[in-house]
Write a protein that binds this ligand. Structure first.
Ligand code: PLP
Length: 399
């Protein structure tokens, strides 16, 4: 017996690997700062926890509909109407075991060998692997710091072939934090009107973490002509600090939602019944804390962007959302460490930072765009200040 060919097509998640490396070092008593967190450091709100406890007491502890309870689907439909001006009936809504599962279901349910999926880079680490697991081919379109990590309609159009099945649009982005304005989405939408075979996977997981005057928009909302071929994807993980509860969801064409349910019926079955009750409460309750949390993240973004840009050789665009920055390290490549090693890749730079500064961040190559690194600022101001100081000193010690 050996692992399957499908498994050979994927890699373990680089971000989760970093998390376990940091835990290992901490266990050895090493004072390492982990900047790899893919989750808010806030707690799940109390009213959400209470709803879950009530659900247990009320006996909501049995199987539910495969792709979500009627109550949760109603709450999601109301959320899409309230936040995104999008009308989805419960039959157009799928509830899954986290947003990663939504991605998995949608791609495995639609991709045939030879199908291509356009993925703007830098990208969330799971996109290419799930495409490959499903038997498809990822097609990357790169957008560097000079274009604010956002791809243009022309770049996407140049990557479209007759085999293109999906375009993945993630805004705000993990790992760059870049978010597309309504006008930028409209321009992409107008270009896609000429390519009716291309579907859009709109990953809006960080919708509620946007800053200042930036107005979040999603493509099916601002390009109604794309509504029929867009899967609008969201979840409770990031906005409601519910990463451990595992609830992701999507709105889209009824046939696609049914296909995803068919796959789910033979894999996980329903998402946890108690987590579904908690998600119903999260989406239906008072939403005012979302803005307070975003304001706290905004202060940290400003702190980190300011400190990183003060380091010679580091160039950090100021992102519109999420809780990541993606500093460009072109100015650091080629420098030599005090030990005499020349740093020729972002992987070498992050290894040096871990070794020298005891700061752990994920190298850009893991997200498909180098040389850079991803820093998650979902941690306290003090920790961020200390981490950026250490990074500055370590980079300052290079020749
Ligand atoms: N989409 C993006 C862009 C993400 O960054 C993540 C998590 O890191 C997800 C989707 C999936 O979130 P989860 O499966 O935790 O709900």
């Amino acid at each position: 017996m050996k692992p399957s060919a499908a498994l050979d097509r994927i890699q373990p998640s680089a971000t989760l690997a970093l998390t376990s490396r940091v835990l290992d070092l901490k266990r050895q008593g090493i004072d390492v700062i982990g900047l790899g967190a893919g989750e808010p450091d806030f707690d799940t709100p109390d009213f959400v926890k209470e709803a879950a406890i009530r659900a247990i007491r009320d006996g909501k502890t049995k199987y539910t509909n495969v792709d979500g309870t009627a109550e949760l689907k109603e709450a999601i439909a109301a959320k899409f109407a309230r936040d995104n001006d999008l009308a989805y009936t419960p039959g157009q809504i799928s509830v899954n075991v986290g947003g990663k599962h939504t991605l998995f279901n949608a791609l495995v349910a639609t991709i045939n060998p030879g199908d291509e999926v356009i993925i703007p880079a830098p990208y969330w680490v799971s996109y290419p692997d799930v495409v490959q697991f499903a038997g498809g081919t990822p097609v990357f379109v790169a957008a560097g710091a000079d274009q604010g990590y956002k791809v243009t309609p022309d770049q996407i159009e140049a990557a479209i072939t007759q085999n293109t099945k999906w375009l993945i649009l993630n805004s705000p982005s993990n790992p760059s934090g870049a978010a597309y304005s309504a006008d930028e989405l409209r321009a992409i939408g107008r270009m896609l009107e000429a390519h009716p075979h291309v579907w859009v996977f709109a990953d809006d997981m960080y919708e509620h973490i946007v800053y200042g005057d930036f107005q979040f928009a999603t493509i099916a909302q601002v390009c109604p002509s794309l509504y029929d071929r867009t899967l609008t994807v969201n979840g409770c993980s990031k906005a409601y600090a519910m990463t451990g509860w595992r609830i992701g969801f999507a709105g889209g064409a009824e046939w696609l939602i049914k296909a995803m349910a068919k796959l789910q019926s033979q894999s996980t079955s329903n998402p946890c019944s108690i987590a579904q009750a908690a998600a119903t409460a999260a989406l239906s309750g008072d939403q005012s804390f979302l803005k307070e949390r975003a304001a706290a993240f905004q202060k940290r973004r400003d702190l980190v962007v300011g400190m990183l840009n003060a380091i010679p050789g580091v160039r950090c665009p100021k992102p519109e959302g999420a809780f990541y920055v993606y500093p460009d390290l072109s100015g650091v490549i080629g420098r030599t460490t005090p030990g005499g090693e020349t740093l020729n890749s972002d992987e070498a730079i992050t290894a040096y930072l871990l070794d020298q500064a005891k700061v752990a961040a994920v190298h850009g190559a893991a997200f498909g765009l180098s040389p850079a690194l991803r820093i998650s600022y979902a941690t306290s101001d003090d920790v961020l200040r200390e981490a950026c100081t250490r990074i500055g000193e370590a980079i300052g010690a290079l020749r």
